[in-house]
Design a protein around this ligand. Structure first.
Ligand code: CP
Ligand code: NVA
Length: 308
């Protein structure tokens, strides 16, 4: 009997040991790429990328990454495909997975990627849903490791919305054993069930964002209004006004704290220009690492472990 297909739908789909492997592969693949050495382990393989929401980084990093690994990538969106005309997700999963080796999906409810995966012959990657954004946190933790070493035992301060990024940080804290201090406006608190937590208490909620930042090794935030929630924008602009990461917040964090943001950012809303463009910000390394982390992820999902 063949082994079950490995998907990457949420951060907790991989164990800590698998992350150690993927981060080590990402480092190796990145170094090779920086030396301009071709590496084509996915020669002749095809990645299908399905976008139901906008993207710059995710599309670019998956498409460029697949090309650099020797394969090709096909872009589909809701507007130009039958997906936007009500073809059942289950049928799409059956058909698309018969013509490809790997599928990445960016969509709305997590349920959509789960149903697609249940009908797929090939690995499925979550490229962002309303609930989770595991590929981004993969890149963020790779970036933290590069700048500061292991994240185990460290403290991440999450300031703002308890959205897909926040939920994924919380799952990552449980898998990789670090802590997350979350501060959201009232009414926007973390919903542990929606975040998919095991309940190991790796996070603490703070009413005051300054308190959440105290002693943090990494301070991070995201847009106040995520894609799909645009109707709430006006109410959110009012509710989140005091949840802007500024230099006062950074000053109470650990002196070596780094600042991250998955991007796109809105300077003057969730973060000041002084912070995101300042010396503690690692946002450009973070964005670049989407490419390297996802190349390691795709290699692992398609080929399994490569013994070096
Ligand atoms: N951070 C991120 O996922 O960016 P895109 O929306 O541009 O893909
Ligand atoms: N939370 C944001 C992340 C964008 C990369 C959103 O879902 O729109």
């Amino acid at each position: 009997m063949s082994s079950p297909i490995k998907h990457y739908l949420q951060f907790k789909d991989f164990t800590r040991e698998e992350y150690d492997y993927v981060f080590a592969r990402a480092k190796w693949i990145k170094e090779k790429f920086k030396r301009y050495e071709p590496y084509h382990p996915l020669f002749d393989r095809t990645l299908v990328m399905i976008f139901e929401k906008a993207s710059t980084r995710t599309r670019l990093s998956f498409e460029a990454g697949m090309h650099q690994l020797g394969g090709s990538a096909i872009y589909l969106n809701t507007r130009d495909s039958q997906l936007g005309r009500g073809e059942p997700v289950e049928d799409a999963g059956q058909v698309i997975s018969r013509m490809s080796d790997l599928v990445m999906i960016r969509t709305f409810e997590q349920d959509i990627v789960e149903r697609f995966a249940a009908n797929s012959r090939v690995p499925i990657i979550n490229g962002l849903t309303n609930e989770y954004h595991p590929c981004q946190i993969l890149a963020d933790i790779l970036t933290f490791i590069e700048h500061r070493g292991s994240i185990q035992g460290k403290t991440v301060a999450w300031i703002g919305d308890s959205n897909n990024m926040c939920n994924t940080w919380l799952q990552a804290a449980e898998v990789l054993d670090f802590n997350v201090h979350v501060s959201t406006p009232p009414g926007y608190e973390v919903e542990p069930e929606r975040a998919g937590l095991f309940g190991t208490h790796h996070f603490e909620q703070f009413a005051d964002p300054m308190e959440a930042c105290k002693g943090a090794d990494l301070v991070t935030t995201d847009v106040w209004t995520s894609m799909g929630f645009e109707a709430e924008n006006e109410a959110r602009m009012k509710a989140f006004a005091d949840w802007c990461v500024d230099s006062d917040m950074m000053s109470v964090a650990h002196k070596d704290a780094v600042f991250m943001h998955c991007l796109p950012a809105h300077r003057g809303e969730e973060v000041t220009a002084e912070v995101i463009d300042g010396p503690q910000s690692v946002v450009w390394d973070e964005a670049e690492n989407r490419l390297h982390a996802q190349k390691a992820l795709m290699e692992y999902l398609v080929l399994g472990r490569i013994e070096s």
